[in-house]
Design a protein around this ligand. Structure first.
Ligand code: UD2
Ligand code: MN
Length: 282
């Protein structure tokens, strides 16, 4: 046989780029809300590398993606998310790493600031192209919802069962969202002012618009999620006030004035864990 099959694909310098659309996607996924123990998952997921990393073995991935998960005291949700998310990401043929950014102490939770920390700390490991900001309680229901770098910031959790699979309002950016490294830097990240529940996602939507970008979305039959149940957090009564006056702080409140202490960092099998103490902005 004299057919030339192209360069040797085992030589990583000439390995082919992965196809634009991953070939083994199934569409709708079976979501499993009763995962085995973490120690069992760790053994089972042989393709996941320490730190919660994955990448395709037979093609060169198009995107380096950091999954940033803000976290405190929801171990059952974390276990369930990891069990459902890793297999999907592996099928999507991206180069990814999952970061759990845990807030230390029991003061008001600051989801937005944890995202900023995740962005900064992830970039110390690798120049990621793309950042997926991901609530711990949202489980994707379709593997065509690609965790990749959008042209425009992408709101990923369009249809959530908790909201009867309908987008509650047009500018919603909460839940799961994706931004490129450049876009996130351009908008100066999230605001650091939102302590307690609510407002931080709407402020990000405003930042995106203020920079001439817009929110893009996959169709709702693909951008579907199930939300795990939890009690409702106490809403921050000042969220409307900060939202209204946010614009005048876009340039000064965000990545540019982010202050925190990294208390601990560990690479577990299924995720990279960061424990951080947040310092409220002055
Ligand atoms: C909505 C948004 C969420 C965020 C929030 C307001 C959707 C689908 N979700 O979520 O993105 O904008 O409103 O702040 O639109 N967390 C912890 N421990 C805590 C509290 C929060 O880990 O004690 C993390 C966790 O990743 C959680 C996320 O913060 O999923 C959002 O908090 P939530 O789930 O309590 O709020 P929810 O469901 O109203
Ligand atoms: Mn939730």
């Amino acid at each position: 046989n004299t057919t030339y099959n192209g360069p040797n694909v085992t030589d990583s310098s000439v390995i082919k780029q992965c196809p634009l659309i991953p070939p083994n996607l199934a569409g709708p996924l079976v979501v499993n809300k009763t995962p085995p123990e973490l120690s069992v998952i760790e053994v089972k997921f042989t393709d996941v590398k320490p730190g919660g990393k994955g990448s395709p073995s037979n093609c060169k991935p198009r995107y380096k993606v950091a999954i940033i998960i803000p976290y405190r005291d929801r171990p059952q949700h974390l276990q369930t998310l990891l069990y459902n998310l890793h297999p999907m990401l592996l099928k999507q043929q991206i180069d990814y790493q999952i970061f759990i950014v845990e807030q230390e102490g029991n003061g008001p939770f600051n989801r937005a600031m944890l995202m900023n920390v995740g962005y900064v700390e992830a970039l110390k490991e690798k120049i990621f192209d793309c950042f997926i900001f991901h609530d711990v309680d949202l489980l994707p229901e379709d593997d065509r919802n690609l965790y990749t770098c959008p042209e425009q910031p992408r709101h990923m959790s369009v249809a959530v069962d908790k909201f009867k699979y309908r987008l509650p309002y047009a500018d919603l950016f909460g839940g799961v969202s994706a931004m490129s490294r450049g876009q996130f830097r351009l908008v100066n990240g999230f605001s650091n002012m939102f302590w307690g529940w609510g407002g931080e996602d709407d402020d990000m939507a405003n930042r995106i618009k203020a920079k001439g970008l817009h929110i893009s979305r996959y169709p709702p039959n693909i951008a579907r999620y199930k939300m795990l149940s939890h009690r409702k957090e106490k809403a921050n009564p000042r969220r409307y006030e900060y939202l209204k006056t946010g614009k005048k702080r876009f340039a000064t409140d965000g990545l540019t004035n982010l202050k925190y202490d990294l208390i601990d960092k560990k690479k577990y099998k299924l995720y990279t864990w960061l424990l951080v103490k947040l310092t409220p902005p002055q």
